[in-house]
Design a protein around this ligand. Structure first.
Ligand code: SF4
Length: 378
């Protein structure tokens, strides 16, 4: 039985955050009931594929999955259990946003089988939260966290963002300190990306918002690494920190370029050497489901070269890098056979270490990861 990751996309949000370019929509709450039914039917459409697999991890992401009521989440989980074998030790994550949570909802999610909560906090300062267009306060987050723990959640992540307009290094350090004081076992620390089409990008074009300087951004990146490691977190992926045993299993599926199936509007899948992409909008997705058609919009065959490049740069995001033997088992050759000029050059530049056992980014390589990844494109 092969293991696979399952991703379920819940594209609803109460309000669109100003920096967000995810496939998420506000003002469409009236479609939630139909959407949950759509997911149930899409799971059934995959029945034959699912027969060969066991779900090692399930990730319910968004959007704002915690917009679902306990009952709606339970319907999705029941459909999954009926559709695919779920490993007894499967990690089942749900993203949850403060402002949409309550103790009773959290209890229903936990009882439905969710065993990992990923909370979208982003910052601990009210002014920064308002600037991002978030719907919650830091106090809401702390209350939700207490409630989550009281109903049984232990495996909890908090997302934080740095390089925000108006954010000072001290704000960033203080956010990190507050989360460590709350003993959150997993922290994701991402820098703000100014995406085209977002409200933030529009404000930047009009000179109403200004990105922070690059050297401060780098200082913030380094501050997270120094501070969290000192507090006992292992730095296991470019943007992720965990207390021992709390690394995210589902995201490791992506970083190891392994198979996963995505369900829901705009979800991506990767299996049988193909990438699949579902209809983006909720309406287009539901219209396929209602006509009993597959919601898959695009299928892209992944060439051997693409698979190698992707395996390399996803694998190098992990701070432990990649075992040369694992690469050889997958492709029949070593990374050095594929990159006879690039690997020695990256070594000379001090960006990677390659010792016939593992290939890993150096500390300098982590800072300049995008340059390394470009070099590895075949
Ligand atoms: S809650 Fe998340 S998905 Fe929804 S708008 Fe904000 S950033 Fe985007």
């Amino acid at each position: 039985m092969k293991s696979i990751g399952i991703y379920i996309h819940i594209p609803f949000c109460q309000k669109k955050c100003l920096y967000c370019d995810f496939n998420s929509y506000s003002g469409k709450g009236h479609l939630i009931t139909d959407y949950v039914e759509g997911l149930r039917r899409e799971i059934q459409l995959h029945r034959e594929t699912f027969e060969d697999y066991e779900a090692g991890s399930i990730y319910i992401g968004g959007g704002t999955p915690s917009i679902l009521s306990g009952k709606e989440l339970e319907t999705v989980m029941t459909a999954l259990r009926e559709g695919i074998r779920i490993a007894s030790d499967a990690e089942i994550t749900m993203e949850a946003n403060p402002g949409t949570l309550s103790r009773s909802k959290l209890s229903a999610y936990f009882n439905a089988g969710v065993n990992r909560l990923s909370m979208g906090l982003q910052a601990c300062q009210e002014e920064l939260l308002r600037g991002l267009g978030r719907i919650h306060s830091y106090r809401d987050f702390v209350t939700n966290l207490e409630d989550a723990r009281s109903v049984g959640f232990r495996n909890i992540n908090a997302d934080l963002m740095f390089a925000l307009p108006g954010q000072r290094l001290e704000d960033w350090q203080s956010s990190l300190m507050q989360l460590t004081a709350l003993e959150i076992p997993h922290i994701s620390a991402y820098s703000l990306i100014w995406e085209a089409g977002t409200a933030f990008e529009g404000l930047r074009e009009k000179n109403l918002l200004k990105p922070i300087e690059e050297d401060i951004e780098l200082e913030m990146f380094h501050a997270a690494r120094g501070l969290l490691q000192k507090k006992g977190y292992s730095y296991y992926e470019i943007s992720n920190y965990a207390k021992p045993g709390f690394e995210c299993k589902h995201n490791i599926v992506y970083w190891k370029n392994q198979c996963y199936i995505g369900l829901g509007a705009g979800a991506h899948s990767y299996f049988n050497n193909k990438r699949y992409h579902n209809q983006e909008t909720i309406e287009a997705y539901l219209s396929c489901i209602n006509e009993e058609k597959s919601p898959i919009k695009n299928i892209l065959a992944v060439s051997k070269n693409d698979e190698i490049s992707e395996t390399m740069f996803l694998g190098l995001r992990l701070i432990d890098g990649m075992a040369v033997e694992e690469f050889k088992n997958r492709f029949g050759v070593t990374p050095l056979d594929i990159y006879p000029a690039v690997i020695p050059k990256l070594q000379r530049d001090g960006l990677i270490i390659y010792d016939n056992k593992r290939i890993v980014l150096t500390t300098k390589g982590v800072d300049l990861a995008n340059i390394v990844f470009q070099e590895l494109l075949l």
